[in-house]
Ligand binder design. Structure first.
Ligand SMILES: Cc1cc2nc3c(=O)[nH]c(=O)nc-3n(C[C@H](O)[C@H](O)[C@H](O)COP(=O)(O)O)c2cc1C
Length: 205
């Protein structure tokens, strides 16, 4: 009887570890100091051909998300937001599911384990990128839609410059079906998808 309850406790604790394990704790961001702003600006461009065999490693992902929308001061971020509302949340789609970027905890919270890469855009290359980022606005926090669009622009440009500085390929995308994504991400009506962005290693020519 004692052994049975011990086994039951073991099963419960293993299950707890597994379900926590679906979230991802990212390593501390550590950006290279070699790339210059000048070289990033010179190299920035939209790229639509990706190497579908290469994933982005956790440090690269941590760097990229921090560059885009991480905290660079106690409670403020690498991109500006009107009235400091910080109304944008980044969702990261990968082949093994969709995650919400928790900048404060420097982690990824799993939303679903479904591969929805193909739903993130209307162009076929979205499935060959390593990740697709979805920009979601909390309309209750937003001061106006146009202000939130500007915030998305600033975040996506941070990410684009990070990519340009490390040899990653990226393109920001307005060609997506917002309702499809809202359903896939299980968003409430006060949230709106404003922008998407593909990132991956460039296809070798
Ligand atoms: C708000 C916005 C939406 C865009 N939407 C798409 C898109 O849906 N698909 C795409 O392939 N490129 C998209 N782009 C990328 C532009 O096509 C690209 O920036 C433009 O052709 C200039 O090329 P460059 O970025 O290499 O300078 C978008 C760019 C912006 C700023």
């Amino acid at each position: 009887m004692k052994i049975k309850s011990l086994l039951a406790a073991l099963v419960i604790s293993i299950t707890a570890v597994v379900s926590q394990g679906q979230d991802i704790r990212l390593p501390q961001p550590r950006l290279s100091e070699e790339a210059t702003l000048k070289s990033a600006l010179e190299n920035r461009c939209s790229q639509r051909e990706y190497d579908n065999t290469r994933e982005i490693n956790p440090l690269e992902l941590s760097n990229l998300l921090w560059a885009g929308w991480g905290y660079n001061r106690e409670d403020k971020r690498t991109a500006p937001s009107a009235l400091d509302r910080q109304e944008i949340t980044l969702y990261v789609c990968m082949k093994d599911g969709v995650y919400r970027y928790d900048a404060e905890a420097n982690g990824l919270i799993q939303i679903t384990d479904k591969n929805i890469m193909g739903l993130t855009g209307k162009q076929s290359f979205v499935e060959s990128a390593a990740i697709n980022i979805i920009y979601v606005c909390n309309k209750e926090l937003s001061s106006s839609r146009s202000m939130s669009m500007v915030c998305c622009g600033a975040i996506s440009q941070n990410i684009s410059l990070y990519c340009a500085s490390t040899g990653l390929a990226t393109v920001v995308r307005g060609a997506f079906d917002a309702d499809t994504l809202r359903t896939a991400l299980k968003l409430s009506p006060n949230h709106e998808v404003l922008l998407t962005q593909s990132v991956g290693y460039p296809a070798t020519k």
